[in-house]
Design a binder for this molecule. Sequence first.
Ligand code: ZN
Length: 174
Amino acid sequence: MPPPAPTAPTDLPALEAICAAHGLTPAEFAALREHAHAAKASAYCPYSGFRVGAALLTASASASASASTGEIVRGANVENASYPVTTCAERVALGTAVVAGHRAFRAVAVATDVSPPASPCGMCRQSIREFCDLTVPIIMFDKDSNFVVMTLDELLPLSFGPESLGVPGPPKAA
Ligand SMILES: [Zn+2]
């Protein structure tokens, strides 16, 4: 399947239609874009030089009183001299959010310095699957903020998740 054609950030009618289709406001979309790009600055990638920034928009189902609704949590890739130990931006963001008490997210954004937009790797798609509904949009930005939006289900069809083990959704914190 060919990748979808990116949408230009200046195509406001298209942007608004995409936001509406995925339950996001243009302001939320803009915040995700800015945070995903800004997160790249914190990447530790001395080996690949391939910076990735991620931003998660938290949902109302936060597990602790300190975790507010609609917060944006950032992550960036953290590489290691032992290459397989490297952690992707998406999983750094998820880990940061989860330990802050968040258990559900309304959108995932990823930004890189390349074009066309890069998509989350297979391991990250599965990590996102643990905490996101299949309809959650994954917004992929290229270096110029051109973007592609696909749902988790589109990126990870026939996926395995908590309900596969008899758990109705992401297990809540104790
Ligand atoms: Zn990954």
